[in-house]
Design a protein around this ligand. Structure first.
Ligand SMILES: Cc1ncc(COP(=O)(O)O)c(C=O)c1O
Length: 410
């Protein structure tokens, strides 16, 4: 008789998983308060949230924006990164890490990731440095913090800026310091799937007052503090957050710490059980990471050893009641944007424009670790990590069951 639920066996996880987003009277009242006040526009709530979130991550200044993509773009522009500058980024990330670089007419250069952490490999960063390199954007993948000691050392040695893509790492800390406050600045996203959300939203954190002032101006039409309303000082945009978003985020922030701790505790249950399964490789948490947020729980699987595809594995997990996805299925540079740039970019400024003064052919880029990771990694959603620990244990049992009975899936 078959054991796997996909073949008619008993389903392992029968309790419903927590929904996301989580909200209650706090969000309802906060929204109503803003609605009834008639003050809907970029005011007191935005300021309150900026300070509260900066305090939470241990940064001096917070400047909100309408999403994480433009928060990254604002960070780059505020640091003076522009046309023809090279910025080193990992390829295992959301497209915004690369497009924010292109949006300021700079050139993304891909450095590989480490197989055990899925974060950028400092040694490969160093190998990719040229006389045009101006910055590094480490991505704290799924909340796992990139090796900031090594990256800060490289940045210092080569006079580079560090912009942390902290769009997965609300609450993560490296040696007690919050992400986004470790490099020159950091960018966060509050999009709907994120661990603290207002449907869309973003913030730039920094300890640098001058950078903060520029970022404020860039997100607010080039205005300057205490200057006349219709005076504009820099080429900028309107990237402002609304009072409604800030009010929701203030309510969400009251739960962020306890939810982060709960996810971390449940992730360690998964680590403990999954690390005993021969065909599974769990992702390492560096001991210097003093708190780790989980935007998702990634783990790697030896599908050759199991003799099944990732698609089949995920189908079997879903049948056992465990939500799972393949995550990023290709390194960023394999996207048509980079492989077929002639299609759209020829007449626009990009790495194809003569200003760069160098040739770069992304079809020749190869980051072998990332390519392997894109083919063998499975993600569990962060809402699963908010469940009762008994249910999380069952999710781990379900994964074990699928691995042990993989023959049934052939
Ligand atoms: C790593 C990373 N960077 C940047 C972003 C961009 O954030 P947003 O969707 O708020 O623009 C995301 C969003 O998913 C992300 O995952």
């Amino acid at each position: 008789m078959s054991k796997l639920a996909i073949n008619g066996g008993q389903k392992t996880c029968t309790n419903p998983w927590p929904d996301w987003p989580i909200w209650d009277e706090k969000e309802r009242n906060a929204l109503l308060e803003v609605l009834q006040s008639g003050k809907w526009w970029y005011g007191e709530k935005v300021r309150q949230f900026e300070q509260a979130f900066a305090d939470f991550q241990g940064a001096k200044f917070g400047i909100t924006a309408c999403n994480g993509t433009v928060a990254l773009e604002t960070a780059l522009t505020s640091l003076g990164i522009g046309a023809g500058d090279e910025v080193i980024i990992p390829p295992y990330t959301f497209v915004a890490t690369a497009t924010s670089v292109l949006r300021v007419n700079a050139i993304p250069i891909f450095a590989d990731i480490l197989p055990d952490t899925l974060c950028i490999d400092p040694a490969d960063v160093e190998r990719n440095i040229t006389d045009k390199t101006r910055a590094i954007i480490p991505v704290h993948l799924a909340g796992n913090v990139a090796d900031m000691d090594a990256l800060n050392e490289i940045a210092e040695k080569h006079n580079l800026k560090i912009i942390e893509d902290a769009c997965h790492s609300w609450g993560s800390q490296w040696k007690g310091k919050g992400t986004g406050a470790i490099g020159d600045c950091g960018a966060f996203s509050f999009q709907a799937s994120k661990n603290i959300t207002s449907s869309e939203g973003g913030i730039i954190l920094t300890d640098d007052e001058d950078l903060a002032e520029y970022a404020r101006s860039y997100t607010n039409c080039g205005r300057r503090k205490d200057q006349p309303w219709y005076e504009h000082y820099i080429l900028a945009s309107n990237l402002r957050m609304t009072e409604f978003q800030a009010a929701i985020l203030l309510a969400q922030l009251t739960r962020l710490e306890s939810q982060t701790i709960r996810r971390q505790q449940n992730a360690s249950i998964l680590d403990e059980i999954l690390s005993e399964i021969p065909s599974i490789r769990t992702i390492k948490t560096d001991p210097r990471i003093t708190r780790r947020s989980y935007h998702f729980y990634p783990f790697r699987v030896d599908f050759d050893e199991l003799g099944i595809s990732r698609e089949r594995f995920i189908q079997a997990l879903e049948a056992e009641g465990v939500p799972a996805s393949p995550g990023y299925t290709m390194p960023l540079y394999k996207n048509p944007l980079f492989q077929q740039p002639d299609l759209w970019l020829k007449k626009r400024c990009s790495w194809l424009c003569p200003h760069y003064g160098k040739d770069i052919d992304y079809t020749k880029v190869s980051c072998p670790v990332c390519e392997q990771v894109c083919s063998d990694t499975v993600w569990l959603p962060h809402r699963l990590l908010l469940a009762e620990s008994e249910d999380v244990r069952k999710a781990a049992d379900a994964i074990k069951k699928v691995c042990e009975n993989a023959d049934e899936l052939k």
